[in-house]
Design a protein. Structure first.
Length: 401
């Protein structure tokens, strides 16, 4: 078995290339400009990434790695290539992959490491997710090649849970049309009230009650709602009792009972398109769906049909496939949505945590020390996280879209 020849925690020698793929600070400016144009505060748009050193997750600030390398005298051991240029044969990613020992990427601007790219990355030993969610890596191929896949588990789970509750409220209280009225100089209360409801007494269910799903349940409890969850693993009885949450042994049973469903499981072959036409048809008529997990857990067009036919009352979330979403992605223009670009897990607070986690993982790797168990998704040629199954969720993505 070739895997047995892969040294497990040998410390590295020689200079290693670390390819860091992040979003651009200037992408944020573009976004700011569009918003600020209306209020004419144009000059303050500025270059967010350069202005705000706490946006660690963008190219300009590179997770604080350049400073960390300097402070720890690692210049001779690590060569950093930091880029957002990940699309096309001539992209920096494609050109750097053959020499990269480590690829650091993030779900907000994923560097899809599909079969083709893993083949190309002959020296790749470690793929780090700056954040949570490693579906952008073909885990099957990583197992075969003995590539370690690690993420900063827990780093942004509160950030996402808060976003879920925010988007749930935005949908149920009909916030987006109300906000638009204010901007447009209108005042038509009945038009908004027509679809505005309270969360109280609603049945709300989470698909998965891991770190995020559990935090969503905890945050919803004070709203006096009926809580439900489905997961491969059951929560402790004491937690179920404390939250007064009903367990469902399958998704079908959960969606049939809930007015609002939130998806909080990882994307892997078992969950890909879990919400297809059939599953969505089992959801209650007039219910809401919130998905901050991964775009591909939902069948894109089945969702659009369900919203257009009024089977679903509304949809929110911040995850798309592929990312960044194309300008004409149908979720952008479908009715009654409260979507955001993928940012729920990259608040300033979250960035500080995942940047620190990335450094910890790199440091362990350089020194041949074991990684924290909870950070490991693939290790020694197998999937070691029980939240994932061995398989490839990058299929259907050329890596260049
Ligand atoms: P976690 O590993 O703590 O929990 C995942 C849960 O999903 C586990 O309880 C596991 O048993 C369950 N699960 C996995 N496959 C399942 C299946 N087939 N059926 C039922 N349950 C299943 O992960 P965490 O931290 O809660 O994150 C979950 C996902 O949320 C991530 O994998 C990622 O895709 C997404 N995420 C999104 C972020 C964003 O910015 N929008 C940020 C962080 C995570």
């Amino acid at each position: 078995n070739p895997l047995t020849r892969i040294p497990r925690y040998a410390s590295t020698s020689g200079q290693q290339t670390v390819l860091v793929v992040l979003y651009e600070g200037s992408m944020l400016i573009l976004y700011c400009l569009i918003i600020l144009k209306r209020s004419s505060v144009f000059s303050k748009g500025g270059d967010a990434g350069k202005r705000n050193k706490n946006i660690l997750g963008c190219v300009e600030n590179a997770l604080g790695l350049p400073k960390w390398i300097k402070e720890n005298n690692l210049e001779n051991r690590l060569k950093l290539v930091v880029t957002s240029d990940k699309q096309g044969e001539n992209s920096v990613v494609e050109k750097t992959l053959p020499e990269a020992s480590v690829v650091i990427s993030q779900p907000f601007w994923p560097c899809y490491l599909d079969n083709k790219r893993i083949d190309k990355a002959k020296n790749l030993k470690l793929a780090i997710t700056a954040g949570v969610g490693s579906d952008h890596v073909n885990l099957e191929a990583a197992c075969k090649r003995g590539i370690t896949v690690a993420e900063v588990s827990g780093s942004n789970v509160v950030s996402v849970a808060e976003h879920v509750v925010m988007q749930m409220l935005a949908l149920v209280r009909n916030f987006i049309p109300a906000y638009k009225q204010v901007i447009n100089g209108e005042w038509d209360i009945a038009q908004i009230a027509d679809k505005a409801r309270d969360l109280e007494n609603k049945h709300i269910g989470t698909v998965a009650a891991g770190r995020i799903g559990l935090r969503v349940l905890q945050r919803l409890k004070p709203f006096n709602v009926h809580l439900h969850y489905y997961d491969k693993f059951r929560l402790d009885k004491s937690i179920e009792k404390d939250l007064n949450v009903k367990y469902h042994s399958n998704v079908e049973s959960l969606v049939k009972e809930c007015d609002i469903v939130t998806i909080n499981c990882p994307l892997h072959p078992e969950t890909e398109h879990m919400f297809n036409k059939k599953m969505i048809s089992l959801m209650k008529k007039g219910s809401y769906l919130v998905n901050t997990a991964r775009g591909k857990i939902i069948d894109r067009d089945a969702l659009v049909d369900a919203i257009k036919s009024n089977h679903l009352e509304g949809y929110a979330g911040d995850v798309w496939y592929p990312q960044p979403a194309s300008k004409d992605h149908p979720w952008r223009s479908m009715p009654r949505h409260a979507m955001t670009p993928h940012y729920s897990g990259t608040t300033l607070d979250a960035q500080a945590r995942y940047a620190a986690g990335v450094k910890e993982i790199l440091e362990n790797w350089l020194n041949g020390r074991p990684q924290r168990e909870e950070y490991l998704i693939v290790d020694k040629g197998r999937v070691v996280s029980n939240a994932y199954t061995e398989g490839d969720a990058t299929k259907g993505h050329s890596g260049n879209k």
